[in-house]
Design a protein around this ligand. Structure first.
Ligand SMILES: Cc1cc2nc3c(=O)[nH]c(=O)nc-3n(C[C@H](O)[C@H](O)[C@H](O)COP(=O)(O)O)c2cc1C
Length: 254
């Protein structure tokens, strides 16, 4: 692949260093914080997407049972993205969040191949690795990534938790992106053989998922069926269906 593909971040970026270097992102961060802290009763539904105050009404903030860290509450998986570039610096910051994920034995089995939309050839090549349903909306995102999990360690032993750890790295990127006013949308709808072929991934790398990264956009830019899904309420299983105290089925107390 050409220059359009970026390697995974290799430069630590401290928060203060990052913020002082990027006042636009500071503004985005503050607006995310203000947006989440001022989260209205969802019945009011009176808040517009924070990145698009004049845009279509949407309140994606999670209706959490307990107060969460702002970026966790604000994170969601949009399909509509604004026509706004993600700078190389912001991209590297999001990648850096993935680099610092925890992993089994610190094996760090995640690998990502990244293309910005500005790098049209690389972006088109990566886009062709998504299934048709995902291509419909992912084509308008400013950054696309293909994610791979390493199968074996340096000693040739299977890395049993590679899938788990790749998920952790992607989740960290998603939360970092949300903290900056952006969003990540992960996808399992990929063409795995094509992923390997397109980027020349080594045999030891298992093609897994794709991710887009960008600034959330207006739902009414989507085809009608996708717009409806974008506006649908976000739901989760009940707390007591997934967390148990001591023994299976026992509710965790208040
Ligand atoms: C591993 C993984 C695979 C996913 N695959 C797709 C996909 O192929 N297409 C899609 O539109 N969304 C996909 N999603 C997004 C989920 O549908 C979404 O995370 C879920 O509905 C919860 O919504 P939320 O992220 O907004 O909270 C995927 C998410 C994950 C974590």
């Amino acid at each position: 692949m050409g220059d359009g593909l970026l390697a995974f971040g290799d430069e630590p970026a401290g928060v203060s260093q990052y913020l002082s270097a990027n006042s636009q992102t500071l503004t985005a961060l503050l607006s995310v914080n203000a947006f989440v802290k001022a989260k209205p009763d969802r019945a009011e539904r009176g808040v517009r997407c924070n990145e698009h105050p004049s845009s279509v009404l949407i309140d994606p903030t999670a209706d959490t049972a307990r107060p969460l860290a702002d970026a966790l509450a604000y994170r969601w998986s949009p399909r509509a993205f604004a026509d706004r570039s993600v700078s190389p610096e912001d991209l590297r910051t999001v990648l850096e969040a993935g680099r610092w994920a925890a992993s089994s034995g610190n094996s760090q089995p995640w690998r990502y191949v990244v293309a910005r939309r500005e790098d049209a050839d690389a972006f088109a090549a990566l886009l062709a690795c998504l299934n048709e349903g995902n291509q419909r909306w992912a084509k308008d995102a400013p950054v696309l990534m293909l994610a791979f999990a390493r199968r074996t360690n340096d000693a040739g032993k299977k890395i049993f938790y590679a899938h788990h750890d790749l998920g952790a790295a992607s989740a960290q990127m998603a939360v970092q992106a949300a903290s900056m006013g952006m969003q990540v949308h992960q996808m399992a709808g990929v063409l795995k053989d094509k992923m390997v072929e397109t980027v020349g991934a080594p045999d030891d790398m298992e093609p897994m998922t794709a991710l887009v990264l960008g600034w959330p956009g207006e739902p009414d830019t989507l085809p009608e069926d996708l717009e409806a899904r974008e506006r649908a309420p976000r739901t989760r299983l009940p707390f007591d269906a997934v967390f148990f105290s001591g023994t299976w089925g026992e509710a965790v107390g208040e």
